[in-house]
Ligand binder design. Sequence first.
Ligand code: MRU
Length: 353
Amino acid sequence: MTAQKSPVSPITWLDNRVLLIDQNQLPKEYSTVEISSSQDMAEAIKTMIVRGAPAIGVAAAYGMYLGAREIETGDRTEFLAKLEQVGELLRSTRPTAVNLFWAISRMLKTANQTSGSVEQVQKTLLEMAKTIQAEDVQTCKDIGDKGLEVLPATPEKLNLLTHCNAGALATAGYGTALGVFRSAWREGRLGRVFADETRPRLQGAKLTTWECVQEGIPVTLIADNMAAHCMKLGMIHAVVVGADRIAANGDAANKIGTYSLAIVAKAHNVPFFVAAPLSTIDFELSDGSQIPIEERDSVEMYQVGTTRICPEGVEFYNPAFDVTPAALISGIITEHGTVAPGDLKQFQAKQLV
Ligand code: MRU
């Protein structure tokens, strides 16, 4: 076993407000932002101060509580109607990560099922937000440990490649794909993380490498177009990525570039795993073509730092996610174990809703 430093928690509840690590400032600066209203939480999700599917879900759960606290009425029916509007506000922030919608639904269901005064419902909502956060940490640890069972057995330590950031910063702590790497590191099985830089927002370069460096995990940064070369040279034993939404047939949406990475992995016989909690599975969608794909501002494409990298007169296309077909996925690692993408249905009854 390797001694481990604790991973960071991107979201902290502080008596009456939420503290978020400002992920837009990393790695240049570690700073936090205080959030005291549902409007500010919606803005923080939209502007990616907090990002990553499970973390967005936890943030939205606290956003629901903050919104509940803002409703000034003692009338239960009026309160529940206004809470629906808070849900609408938070839902409008980002369309792809289903954990956002899952957490909001869970908070609304809790409000509807809690009897007693408005004040009692508000109190219960805060408890539920804390529960969703605590569950996510445990879920990620379970994903990490279950992932160990499917990583290839190799005489040498494993070199594992990931895309974007599916780490502690993207969850309530520990991470999904990076959770698997953390568990492998703890067990002495991890040699090195390879992090795709992840154009255009560079979550791999800025966040995944930052998390690894914080904890002393060896990490090598590569540009997104280097993965095939590295695999051809035998440098990568497996790929593990996170997901923002997985359809019932196992098609998985994740950060743009994941799909091409899966194709490259298939071409080189490198196992390609998706690590995600059950809250990321959308059983209402039969396949990945129904997953809404967020398109973001073109400034993410034409500007690096403060420098414009292409001439005026160019047009842009900036989808934030793509869908990896189930056929390219070796297994989906969940907190309940790893299954072939086509076998997800068995987990439907276990999903907390
Ligand atoms: O746009 P982002 O940074 O929110 O996208 C994040 C990802 O694509 C992650 O891989 C995904 O949310 C899984 S996080 C455990």
